[in-house]
Design a protein around this ligand. Structure first.
Ligand code: 5GP
Ligand code: ZN
Length: 108
């Protein structure tokens, strides 16, 4: 099982900000911005290129839920979403996840 599957299963502890049937939002263990969260679909798949209709629905769900959590996450002033895909992007966990970054003016 990958590290995010273990987090989803509760086998590795995490600071959970939100959970529903399809995804969780947790704090990143090594924050790269003042506020840094990870939105993780519960189903394991690594890349957007592995997306089928069900997975596309899950990604859509994540993208519509994140703005609904904006205030709760302390991101009233804005935020940045990042999805690393593969080696050149530096993807280290091969379970799709959306980085949510903010809480400060982010350098490009
Ligand atoms: P990637 O480089 O794959 O896009 O991002 C993986 C992210 O997962 C990194 O920002 C890293 O800090 C985070 N991460 C890795 N292992 C854990 C963990 O066990 N718990 C949490 N909360 N975050 C993790
Ligand atoms: Zn996984």
């Amino acid at each position: 099982m990958c590290v995010f599957c273990k987090i989803v299963a509760g086998e590795i502890p995490s600071t959970k900000m939100y959970e529903d049937d399809e995804m969780i939002v947790i704090k990143d263990i090594e924050p790269k911005a003042n506020k840094h969260y990870l939105c993780i679909p519960k189903e394991h798949f690594a890349l957007l290129s592995e997306m089928d209709e069900k997975r596309a629905e899950t990604v859509k769900h994540c993208l519509s839920k994140i703005p609904a959590l904006q205030k709760e996450l302390g991101l009233e002033n804005g935020y940045r979403l990042v999805i690393n895909q593969g080696e050149d992007a530096g993807q280290t966990v091969h379970h799709l996840h959306i980085h949510i970054l903010g809480g400060e003016i982010l350098p490009w």
